[in-house]
Design a protein around this ligand. Structure first.
Ligand SMILES: [Zn+2]
Length: 246
């Protein structure tokens, strides 16, 4: 489903030198429509990067490179990776979800959230685990947000499934040979470091590939991965042709 841009005046340009390192899950305590109006209202003084509706709609209020105002207050935080004395808004992406704390999440909202989290994780090289996908109350313990119905472990498992499904990744079929620039790991069946290493190839070796994807896990700003004849992947940045086709 396409993302619909809504926008919000409640944001700061840039991130004070930080980049997104984690995703904060919120519950709206209301509707998607109400949240659109609330985030567009300067008086509210709050926003998030995205809002996800019960039917799987995705609305965007703030660009991912900019700071949204969703988790700026720290109250007895329990999050392991919290940086003391740094505004959490500078290094997190905020995802709002339609509904209330005690309402079960519909499958469509779970699915849309997992898909969006997968894309954000690949764009910003965010590991998909419980340290990096957190609930708002882990930063602000005087709130119940995101409620008691969402199972973050289940959400993370769904994201991992997407990340290991070959249909997630585009594919340019164009066989060739490339030389490794450093010792390099071949990854099993998916272009990401979250799947096991099949074998390690020494630097200076020539490898055959059947093509490549341009939307694998982003490593050092490069999301291109070559696919070998066994349908395994290796990161193009570890080769002498880091951007395939050039
Ligand atoms: Zn919240």
């Amino acid at each position: 489903m396409a993302t619909q841009w809504i926008g919000s005046p409640n944001r700061d340009k840039g991130r004070e030198g930080y980049k997104p390192e984690a995703i904060v899950i919120h519950i709206m305590e209301g509707t998607l429509k109400g949240t659109d109006a609330w985030f567009r209202n300067e008086e509210s003084g709050v926003s998030a990067h995205y809002g996800i509706g019960k039917a799987g709609e995705i609305h965007q209020y703030v660009g991912e490179s900019d700071t949204a105002w969703h988790a700026g207050r720290m109250v007895a935080p329990t999050w392991r990776l919290l940086k003391p004395d740094v505004n959490p808004n500078w290094y997190t992406i905020g995802l709002e979800h339609e509904g209330r704390a005690n309402e079960p999440w519909p499958d469509a909202m779970y699915d849309a959230s997992a898909k969006l989290i997968d894309e954000i994780c690949r764009r910003w090289s965010i590991p998909c685990d419980r340290d990096h996908i957190i609930g708002h109350r882990e930063i602000r313990s005087d709130k119940t947000c995101p409620g008691f119905k969402v199972d973050l472990d289940q959400l993370i498992d769904m994201v991992k499934e997407i990340q290991q499904d070959s249909a997630t990744f585009n594919f340019v079929k164009k066989p060739g040979i490339v030389k490794t620039r450093v010792d390099m790991n071949i990854r099993g069946q998916a272009p990401t470091t979250t799947v096991p290493v099949v074998r390690t190839i020494r630097r200076g070796k020539k490898l055959q590939y059947q093509g490549w994807t341009s939307n694998g896990l982003t490593v050092n700003g490069n999301a291109h991965w070559y696919k070998d004849s066994d349908d395994n992947y290796f990161w193009a940045g570890a080769t002498e042709r880091p951007i395939p086709g050039l």
